[in-house]
Design a protein around this ligand. Structure first.
Ligand SMILES: Cc1cc2nc3c(=O)[nH]c(=O)nc-3n(C[C@H](O)[C@H](O)[C@H](O)COP(=O)(O)OP(=O)(O)OC[C@H]3O[C@@H](n4cnc5c(N)ncnc54)[C@H](O)[C@@H]3O)c2cc1C
Length: 405
């Protein structure tokens, strides 16, 4: 097993995140798995602590709001070795070692916050500082192919008027803002798709229902309808111009930062399963020996080592994608590679651990069965396994989305 040391400057942050995961998230993990749709009020105190750390600068951008691309205190486009993106993926992985659903419910750390951090201008960053934002892309007619967006945004004076329906919005009920993807002109295709920050309570915006789900039950997933919902024009993120040359690139840039985060969630959840499984195997008299080749050990230990090697590959790809973002290197390919690998490893490892631990893995006395349920979504949202593979293939082969579908 390769053993890379964490950057020294993140040791305190990662250690704190691990303590929070162990002492604050794990103890309430089963409670909110069973009490689906009940707000985990314990998270308010935790979010206040994270805000305090952010204000003091001690957190180095931990959490979704940390993912920034083109601005640093040193100035735009100045590479920062081991910066906010790396800090975010490392702390997110630790928190998901505690509980993925609860991490997704953390106030002010929504995926919409990453979108704001990625594409907002300086004035917007200031104005939306401290909000809690979900992200609404998916609609009843599409999931993977976001170019098919039907929600419309029509300019009317100094407002845009939104009409349409968004489904499966994570934190769609609890967040105080939603970043909504809508088209300025359906005939102009991908280039006309823009994102808008909509404050909860804006007339014309209504949460219609909450989903019941296989996993991440601690996180709310909402259907939201927009009917003549007037949003201030200055809430359009980025440029209002429809630039056919840039196409979808502006809005899609969000994914370069959020995919490594979702990969980190899978890494954290799978790590939790591996750690517990190793302990349970040990208790059953099967010691995993890291100093001997896997094929010379008993089958259960060999399988465990194989899963751990797969996990390590996912972890390293995730760190690489985030490190590249910190160093201002284009990382779309690596972000998709990390998401594809970690998404698959998350599911394979957590289910493999259930298998290795038999009835203990399958029953509710341990959290192994829950982690197997929780990890599945990480291979679906922010682009499914198949879509990530498609993106990787297009980039490696130099083909456009029209050439390889
Ligand atoms: C719990 C949960 C939370 C979510 N949170 C959010 C959120 O916060 N915001 C948001 O906007 N959305 C969210 N989503 C939606 C999620 O992003 C979509 O479910 C996802 O993008 C897949 O879309 P789909 O479900 O419509 O599947 P489809 O796009 O219909 O795909 C179905 C299957 O076909 C495969 N497929 C599709 N196209 C291709 C292709 N070209 N080649 C090969 N295979 C293909 C897919 O990989 C998948 O296996 C959430 C979903 C869930 C379940």
């Amino acid at each position: 097993m390769i053993n890379l040391e964490d950057p020294k400057k993140f040791k305190a942050l990662v250690g704190q995140a691990h303590q929070v995961a162990m002492n604050m998230l794990r103890p309430i993990s089963r409670k909110y798995d069973l009490a689906e749709h009940e707000y985990p009020k314990e998270l308010d105190m935790l979010a206040a602590m994270i805000d305090g750390l952010s204000e003091s600068g001690a957190s180095e951008g931990a959490g979704a709001t940390g993912v920034r691309r083109d601005r640093t205190e040193e100035g735009p486009n100045v590479p920062v070795a081991n910066g906010a993106n790396l800090a975010s993926v490392m702390s997110v992985a630790e928190m998901c070692w505690g509980d993925v659903g609860l991490l997704l419910s953390m106030p002010r750390q929504g995926l919409g916050n990453s979108a704001i951090a990625s594409v907002a201008d300086d004035e917007q960053l200031q104005r939306f500082d401290g909000v809690w934002a979900g992200m609404a892309i998916t609609e009843p007619e599409f999931g993977s192919d976001s170019a098919k967006i039907r929600t419309t945004a029509v300019k009317d004076g100094d407002h845009y008027v939104l009409n349409g329906e968004k489904i499966f919005v994570t934190s769609g009920d609890r967040a105080d803002h939603i970043v909504v993807w809508a088209t300025l002109d359906k005939d102009l295709g991908r280039a006309a798709i823009k994102s808008f920050v909509v404050a909860k309570g804006t007339p014309g915006m209504e949460v219609e229902r909450l989903e019941h789900k296989l996993g991440i039950r601690g996180s709310d997933t909402a259907t939201i309808r927009f009917e003549n919902c007037r949003v201030p024009a200055e809430n359009l993120l980025g440029s209002p111009e429809i630039d056919a040359k840039q196409g979808f690139a502006g809005a899609m840039a969000t994914f370069d930062n959020t995919r490594p985060l979702v990969a980190a969630m899978a890494v954290g959840c799978a790590r939790a399963s591996l750690d517990l499984t190793r302990d349970l195997l040990q208790q059953a008299g099967i010691a995993v020996d890291y100093d001997r080749p896997a094929h010379t050990q008993v089958a259960a230990a060999a399988r465990f080592l194989q899963m751990e090697a797969d996990w390590e590959a996912a972890y390293l790809l995730t760190l690489q994608a985030a490190w590249m973002a910190d160093n201002r290197q284009p990382n779309s390919l690596e972000a998709s590679m990390a998401k594809a690998k970690a998404g698959r490893v998350g599911s394979d490892v957590t289910l493999g651990c259930v298998e290795l631990c038999g009835y203990v893995g399958y029953s509710e006395t341990e959290l192994l069965e829950k982690w197997a349920r929780d990890s599945k979504i990480l291979d679906i949202f922010e682009g499914t396994q198949q879509i990530q593979q498609l993106i990787v293939a297009r980039r490696v082969l130099g083909l456009s989305s029209a050439e390889l579908k």
